[in-house]
Design a protein around this ligand. Structure first.
Ligand code: DQA
Length: 137
């Protein structure tokens, strides 16, 4: 089984960025622990700060992988392009947000991704990625 985790803009700074909201663990360390926890899953990770690169990656894996865990970060609230890519591909996409976007600023309450996501996990911290991966098993 092949599952890809895709993180959008500024999530390369996890561990350093607003730790009271996003925690103090780097995603690279957390990802290693996930790979250990799910040895039978071919688990890979991609991060980009560039909208088009995220779309290209969804196209690349979206007809062959078994699952995608997508935290499009700020693009969640702005990107019709990423939303269209999620709709265009065949691989199911679980949308994850580390923070509870619904108790934050109003502009974070709307997601272009959600209507075409097969599931949504919000506000569970990094554990949300684990729950999303688990949902594909
Ligand atoms: C986020 C929430 C977004 O509103 C924000 O722009 C992010 C991270 C989250 O994981 O909580 O960068 O997607």
């Amino acid at each position: 089984m092949k599952v890809l985790i895709v993180n959008g803009p500024n999530l390369n700074l996890l561990g350093k960025r607003e730790p009271t909201i996003y925690g103090d663990a780097s995603f690279e360390d957390y990802f290693k622990s996930l790979q250990k926890k799910y040895p039978k899953i071919e688990l890979t990770y991609y991060q980009s700060n560039i909208e088009g690169e995220l779309i290209d990656k969804l196209h690349e894996v979206g007809f062959s992988y078994d699952g995608i865990v997508l935290n499009a970060a700020a693009y969640t609230h702005t990107s019709v392009g990423i939303a269209d890519a999620v709709k265009a591909i065949e691989t199911p996409v679980i949308e994850v947000h580390i923070s509870n976007v619904y108790n934050r600023e109003e502009f974070r309450h709307h997601s272009y991704i959600s209507p075409n996501a097969s599931g949504i996990i919000v506000g569970m911290g990094l554990k949300g990625y684990d729950l999303a991966v688990q949902s594909f098993t």
